[in-house]
Ligand binder design. Structure first.
Ligand code: SAH
Length: 224
């Protein structure tokens, strides 16, 4: 059987680089972080497939390509402070933490937050701080952030997150009116404060549930 490490390198070549993600730092991070350590143990052999996978609480770990595309779109520098909304398994947080100085990641489900924090600690990833709570409100006490990644889809870009973006900051978020109509959007704040939005691609994420997101999990059917 092919080794997990070999499968990971093939994933980076065929699913990520072949689709146009070329930032060498992002490719390196995707080659290093062991995605199989973030999926349920019985799915470890599927960890390098081209798809999202189920985790606890009816949530998903995102497709590797989408994690890479999000990381590249955020144009992270080693000194950046990053906010992630939707810790889930902790996989995307681990990728972002490889590219930036520190990551504050907010997860709504207490069990997922606790398990992700433990998993990251076991892997020796010390620059991710997991917080339990409603990430649609961001973390005002730790703002501003150079980059913000939202890994669940809301009806709109939460105004609280735009407010917590530093001048020159980048925010990537999936938004859309329903499960089958979502776009990954890049929001940037120019040095003069002006906000710009740019659509990256069509996507499918689990719902962002909170004060500035959907009001229930049932707002959208469970996602792929
Ligand atoms: N980045 C994750 C993807 C997890 S799926 C990974 O790499 O595994 C999206 C996550 O967003 C789910 O765990 C869900 O519980 C969480 N979520 C949804 N709404 C949220 C909110 N308002 N605040 C924080 N987390 C939220």
């Amino acid at each position: 059987m092919e080794s997990l490490e070999h499968a990971r390198h093939r994933m980076v070549e065929r699913q990520v680089a072949a689709r146009g993600v070329h930032d060498p730092r992002v490719l390196e991070a995707m080659s290093r972080v062991p995605r199989h350590a973030f999926v349920p143990p019985e799915l470890a052999h599927e960890a390098y497939l081209d798809s999202p996978l189920p985790i606890a609480e009816g949530q998903t770990i995102s497709q590797p390509y989408i994690v890479a595309l999000t990381a590249e779109s955020l144009r992270l520098r080693p000194e950046d402070r990053v906010l992630e909304i939707g810790t889930g398994s902790g996989y995307a947080a681990a990728i972002l933490a490889t590219l930036a100085r520190e990551v504050h990641s907010v997860e709504r489900h207490e069990t997922l937050a606790r398990e992700a924090a433990q998993r990251l600690a076991d892997l020796g990833i010390a620059n991710v701080h997991v917080h339990q709570g409603d990430g649609t409100l961001g973390l005002p006490e730790l703002a501003p952030f150079d980059a913000i990644a939202v890994t669940a889809s809301g009806p709109r870009v939460p105004p609280a997150l735009i407010e917590q973006l530093a001048p020159g900051g980048r925010l990537v978020i999936p938004t859309g009116p329903d499960h089958s109509d979502q776009r990954l959007v890049l929001v940037t704040r120019a040095e003069d404060g002006a906000i710009h939005e740019h659509e990256i691609c069509r996507v499918r994420f689990v719902p962002l549930v909170g004060a500035q997101g959907w009001s229930h999990d049932e707002a959208l059917p469970p996602s792929s």
